[in-house]
Design a protein around this ligand. Structure first.
Ligand code: PRP
Ligand code: URA
Length: 213
């Protein structure tokens, strides 16, 4: 449901998502289980984020006769933020197999927490598609805001963000910079610590996904 202070923010409260998220947070969860849990949550949340996507009507022939049905009316592009966004792409593609995938590589400078963009490759028709930016963590929002700015430079107008955990500080920054963008998250945590980590969060998502702890 949308949150009171942020009409463009949806916290997906489904009990299975909350159960899997809690297991992912657990410091004792192995890399293998963490990867599987992040994928499961992403796949479940993909249902929610596509709920209001427009459909068009078309006709198929069943063995008995014609049947009017529906398909998504617009093309979709998934844009995972490297590295950790990669852990969510495949399960979302299982639900949306015709989506294109654009990649953007961004890391946070450890001292300044500013985003550093090192890679970018988008499908040529991205401006005509609905884009879902994918990253498990929204902390200061530096990475996601840099991604959205880059997409807007490519004339993209329909953007949603899919994450697992968001900090209130990051949500404020995202909504202030991009009020036209909607955010879907499985939880809004308490705050950021002085190193820019989400509290209680789940630690460093990229390190936990790829075993680089
Ligand atoms: C993490 C995470 C986000 C970013 C969030 O990536 O996956 O991209 O931090 O923080 P922000 O909202 O303050 O920008 P990280 O910088 O650790 O890069 P990595 O996954 O490549 O290690
Ligand atoms: N990036 C992460 O991976 N975790 C955090 O808590 C903040 C940024």
């Amino acid at each position: 449901m949308p949150t009171k202070n942020w009409p463009n923010v949806t916290v997906v409260q489904h009990p299975v998502i909350q159960q899997e998220l809690t297991r992912a947070r657990d410091v004792n969860t192995s890399v293998e289980d963490f990867r599987r849990l992040v994928g499961q949550i992403a796949g479940l949340m993909a249902f929610e984020i596509t709920r209001d996507y427009p459909t068009e009507t078309y006709t198929v022939q069943t063995p008995i006769g014609p049947a009017e049905g529906k398909r998504l009316a617009r093309e979709l592009t998934l844009v995972p933020i490297l590295r950790a966004g990669l852990g969510m792409v495949e399960p979302v593609l299982q639900l949306l197999p015709t989506a294109r995938v654009g990649h953007i590589g961004i890391y946070r400078d450890e001292k300044t927490l500013q985003p550093v963009t090192y890679y970018q490759k988008f499908p040529p028709n991205i401006a005509n598609t609905d884009v879902i930016v994918i990253d498990p963590m929204l902390a200061t929002a530096g990475s996601v805001n840099a991604t959205i700015a880059c997409l807007k430079e490519h004339n993209v107008t329909a953007i949603k963000v899919l994450c697992l955990l968001a900090a209130p500080e990051g949500i404020e920054k995202l909504m202030a910079a991009h009020p036209d963008v909607s955010l879907f998250t499985a939880a809004v945590d308490e705050k950021l610590n002085d190193k820019g980590y989400i509290v209680p969060g789940l630690g460093d998502a990229g390190d936990r996904l790829f075993g680089t702890l």
